[in-house]
Structure formats: C-alpha cells, structure tokens
Design a protein around this ligand. Sequence first.
Ligand code: C2O
Ligand code: CU
Length: 475
Amino acid sequence: MGFNRRQFLGAAALAGAATTGLWPGLNSLAAGKTVREFRLTAKAAKINLGRGPSFLALTYNGQVPGPEIRVKEGEIIRVVLTNQLPDGTTIHWHGLPVPNPMDGVPDLTQKAIAPGRTFVYQFEARPAGTYLYHSHVGYQLDQGLYGPLIVEPRRDGRAFDREFTLMLEDWAMVNGGGPMARRRRPPMGRGMMRGMMRGMMRGGGRGAPLLEPVYDGFAINGRVYPATRTLAVKRGDRVRLRLISPSSSTIYDLRLAGHRLTITHVDGQPIRPIKTDVVRIGMGERYDVEFTADNPGAWLLAAREVGWGEGGLRIEVRYQGVRAKTPTPPSFDSNLLFATYYDLRAARPWTPPSGGGRRFYPQLLSWGMHSPYWMINGRVWPRAETLAAARNDSVRLAYANRSPMAHPMHLHGHFFRLVNPKLDRRFWIKKDTIIVNRMQRLDVEFVADNPGQWFHHCHNLYHMVAGMANSLIVK
Ligand code: C2O
Ligand code: CU
C-alpha cells in the first residue's frame, strides 16, 4: 500500500528523530527486526452492543473495541493512525514502556493529531504481556476509542488449550457515549454531597469537568449479555483469559461460577500463580487468569461493580455438549477467596538496583469538596507538580488517598513495584496501574530508566480530566 504525501512527511519526520538519537526504537529497525503494520482509522460510527439502542460512538475502523494488535516480543509495532474525527486525537500504548515521543499524550509527548491527518506510531514490543491501546484525548476513551494489545512471549512457558481476550467495558448507550449520559455522584454522606453540589453550582460553569456518567451497557468485547459471544470449552481444557479493563469509571469484582481462577500475570507481568475466587480489576488494569475445565455445565463469568452496586457485566462459559438452558451465575456472598495485591509475589526474584539516587514523592489524592476537581497534592492538572528524577534513580511514590473513592493510579513509560513491607523486596510485584482504595496508604517504587516527561494520573477518566494528574521528568 502506497503512502500519500502526508504520511510520507510523517515518516520522514520520524526518520529525522532517529538520526539525532532521540528515538532508540528506530535504530533497532536496522537490526533486521520484523515490522508489523496496522492501520487504524478513528471515526464516528453507529454501533449496537447486541442489546439496547444503536448509538453513535467513536471507533477504530468502525468497530468497538478496536482491532486486536497481537505481535511477538521484540517485533516492531507500526501503527498508521488516520484521524477522521472532528477533533484531535492520539493513541497511548497503555503499559508498554515505549520511547517518550511515541507515548501519545497530547501536549506532553506530541501535538494531538488534527482532523484529517495521519500519524505513524512505531516502537518495539517489549516486554511480553497483556496491554491495551486507547485515545488519550479528553473523554474519547469513554466514547469507544480503545482496543486490546497483546505481546506474546517468544516462548510461552505455560501450556493452555484455549485463550480468550476479554475487554470489560462500561458504556452509556446514547449518542456520544459517557460524556453525553446522565451524571452520577460519588457515593458519600449527605453532608459531603450538599457541599459538593454547592461547589458544582458555583464552579460548574462552561468547561467544568463532568461528573461520572450512569452506565447502562456493561459489555464484553462490545457485546452486552446475553448477546455476548459464549466461551466454548471442553472438559479437561486449560483455559486462559486475558482480562483487560478499558472501562472509564468502573471497578469490577469478577467471579466464574463453578470454578476457581488462577492468576498468572498482573498488568501483563508474570507472578507466582495464585488461586482466587474473585478478581478485582480497576480501570487500565489487566489480569491473565487460568482455570481447568473440570466442572461440566453452563456457567456465568459475572461481575459486581465495586461501589455502585450490581453492574450486569457477564459472559457465558459453556462446556461442549451441555444442554442446560440458562447458565448458573456465581454467588458473591459465601466465604470467598480474594487474592489482594499483597498476596501476590513476582514470579522470579529481581535484583534491586544499587547506585542511582533515591527520590521520595508523597502523593496526596483528594477531592475538592466544594469544586468539581480531583487533585494530587492539592493541585489540578495542568497546574500540577512536576516530579523529577535522574536516569536510574529509584523513585518512590507514597500514595495517601484522602477521598471517598478508589483511584487506579497509572504511570506512563515504566513499571513500578508495589512496596510490600511483609515481603522480601526481590519479590515485589510489577504493575503499571494500581488501585489506591479510599483512605488507603500505599507505596510503589520504580527505577526511572526511560527518559522523557511522563504522565501520571488516575485512570478514572473523569478524575483524570478533572485534574487528577501530574508528570514525571526523567533526565
Ligand atoms: Cu491508559 Cu494515561 O493512560
Ligand atoms: Cu480517581
């Protein structure tokens, strides 16, 4: 397929970056790596989730979720993105530590791609794992601009018979999606609520950030149950599920009826396999789980929405040859195994770095009770702090959540390790997104080894847009 002039100019600009040494990803192209090219067009399209009304969403290539990008570790991903939206857009490769100019944060790592323009993203796919890609402009993520991104290991140590990728999605089924829906308010006491409403009246003029929407379409891979595609298994199968949450404002507790799940990877990174009944997954998180199909029947994998009540996210798992009409739902009230972050251990020990300096950054997560803003250390993006680190410094972020909601905090360009005071440091797990529960204290630590200015924010999209973000400069 030929380049048009604009695409050619884009590619030429990138080649220029490589010769000035700004972009290490491109140099390795010369080393004869395989390049996998994907073409994505961002455009509005009418969609239907198999239940409920058809409505206008934002899509990649006319579908939700966007097409799966699946490559092998070490290959070069090249995405030619054409913007047919009326607004600017970008793509962020959530979780993958790409070179900074490829990170897709508007006004931080690149200018938003203007309507009608094309941009070429290109970077090496490393390390292996389960990721997602999504727009990083405004509320576009909650209007449908996301898709799965899978980097397969060169050799997979784990044997399984079937693998399914499940995107867990919260939809408002109205033209324009989440930002056009009815609003809901954080769960909190009446006094707080009154304060907040007063604030909204005062501050809530034009351009004020939106409260979270009321969702009415909890979908898996773009389908609402029972229109979801049934997962067909055979007795004796080892089944792997790659659970990915592109949801904008919903945390789920997931459970598969009739089976216990084994978590093998968090945010794409291997852990010591651990059994659980319930998997809690926040916005931007990924869990790879496995189960053995040893209990023939028709079962539901279903979620409870944390904090807001019953959600309706579900999908059927059906054994070959089973006749049962209706699948059995999981119960959430018995005595359940619930693996928390602190129960998890890294699959392999690592060597904590020595040498580099140490930085300590307290991150107070709070809420302007009298304003519609969400803050880190009392500041609202873009008038936020800039955290600084020299290359290879160890950086600790000490979160303190002084607000009535959980915040899945996400750092770009790096994996961090969850500081687990009860555990040998060499087994701290690696993640890129971590839920900080209300009134919780929690620390993460990482080596600042990816130069550039990186976005750091709450992955509740409505909190992010309402200011809960800052940035980290690695020099
Ligand atoms: Cu998944 Cu800053 O994003
Ligand atoms: Cu938040």
